[in-house]
Design a binder for this molecule. Structure first.
Ligand SMILES: NC(=O)c1ccc[n+]([C@@H]2O[C@H](COP(=O)([O-])OP(=O)(O)OC[C@H]3O[C@@H](n4cnc5c(N)ncnc54)[C@H](OP(=O)(O)O)[C@@H]3O)[C@@H](O)[C@H]2O)c1
Length: 323
């Protein structure tokens, strides 16, 4: 099969099209003929040598894909050949065929094109598990999402909106801010010109913050949180180190938490998939949540897809057309 290999740790040019053997389904797995594969920031980190795949995962990048089931491993009863699915992958999405745990696949929501379905798993699993499982975001609470125009951010805005939260975001340009407000954010803060702590305090403070930036945002997030607030860390684009006053956590009953999706157990990911199918898939079918797609590249053009992502000019998801 055709697949994108990371030929060496480095820039986007390290991504090269190669011939590889097709994966075979192990017990509990399915193999998908990939139609489209989503591109995510962790893929760029992996390519740069900063995010090694977990033990046993494919070295081919790609954490999500849509396509058709073409092979079913022993013990799999839910899926049959020909089923249309979108799936979270342990790796291997930038290829014509990809294997994954059967319980990490979900049906393509009714009426949703394959291109959009490929963009669902990584952001939906991440946003659901962090905002709703960990941070217990509830109706009427104020949510602040940093990186509001990112793949994760555009999903978080729509999902939180559908569950009745009030959404505030930060983003790096007026165009990105306008896109976030159009998607359902009550207010988008251009962090290059405005201080999000002051504006959030003026708005009544944040009950939950979803942060991918870190660095000096960490003490500023603590200031922006309300009593009983929850800070959820999903990445550290500006580094993981900060000096914070822990007395604030005690006195204002704050929770600081976070998670990464990829190293979690198969069972933990299967549980997230079950929640998504019950709680979020109906929202997609009802048209209340749709992936925002910035651009589509051919599989062979994966290097340019990564260059676009790392330019940070995109709004929403970047996707590879594989079939
Ligand atoms: N924990 C998990 O399980 C998990 C899972 C998936 C993704 N992630 C992380 O979540 C983040 C978003 O992922 P994604 O795939 O949605 O990526 P993405 O679309 O590339 O979004 C990243 C956004 O962050 C902003 N940004 C980039 N560098 C920045 C910096 N140095 N300081 C402040 N903002 C910066 C950019 O928007 P602006 O123009 O507004 O700055 C950019 O659009 C990534 O960091 C990724 O690693 C975590």
């Amino acid at each position: 099969m055709r697949a994108i290999e990371i030929t060496q740790a480095g820039g986007p040019e390290a991504l090269q099209l190669r011939d590889r053997s097709e994966p075979k389904p192990a017990a509990g797995q399915i193999v998908i003929r990939v139609a489209y594969a989503g591109v995510n920031r962790p893929d760029a980190l992996q390519r740069a040598g900063l995010y090694a795949p977990p033990k046993g995962a494919s070295d081919i990048p790609g954490l999500e894909a849509s396509g058709e089931v073409v092979a079913v491993g022993p013990g799999v009863s839910r899926w049959q050949k020909g089923d249309k699915v979108c799936a979270l992958l342990p790796g291997g999405g930038y290829a014509e065929y990809a294997a994954t745990h059967a319980d990490h696949a979900l049906p393509v929501p009714d009426g949703l094109p394959m291109r959009e379905a490929a963009c669902l798993p990584e952001t939906c699993f991440t946003v659901w598990s962090n905002l709703f499982d960990r941070a217990q975001l509830t109706t009427g609470e104020r949510l602040l999402v940093h990186g509001g125009s990112s793949g994760i951010g555009t999903t978080a805005i729509q999902m939180a909106n559908a569950f009745g939260a009030r959404i505030f975001v930060t983003a790096g340009s007026p165009e990105k801010c306008a896109a976030c407000e159009k998607l359902g954010a009550e207010r988008a803060i251009d962090y290059r010109t405005d201080d999000f702590v002051k504006l959030m305090r003026d708005e009544g403070g944040a009950d939950v913050i979803l942060d991918m930036v870190g660095g000096d945002y960490i003490p500023r997030n603590i200031k922006a949180l309300n009593d009983d607030g929850r800070l959820v860390q999903i990445a550290f684009l500006q580094g993981p180190m900060a000096e914070i006053n822990f007395a604030q956590i005690m006195l204002r009953r704050l929770t600081v938490t976070g998670s990464t999706l990829r190293p979690q157990s198969d069972l933990a990911k299967a549980r997230i998939a079950q929640s998504l199918e019950v709680k979020v898939w109906p929202l997609i079918t009802a048209g209340k949540l749709r992936p925002v797609i910035d651009s589509t590249f051919a599989l062979a053009d994966a290097a340019n897809a990564h260059a676009r992502m790392e330019s940070s000019q995109h709004i929403g998801k970047i996707v590879l057309k594989v079939a």
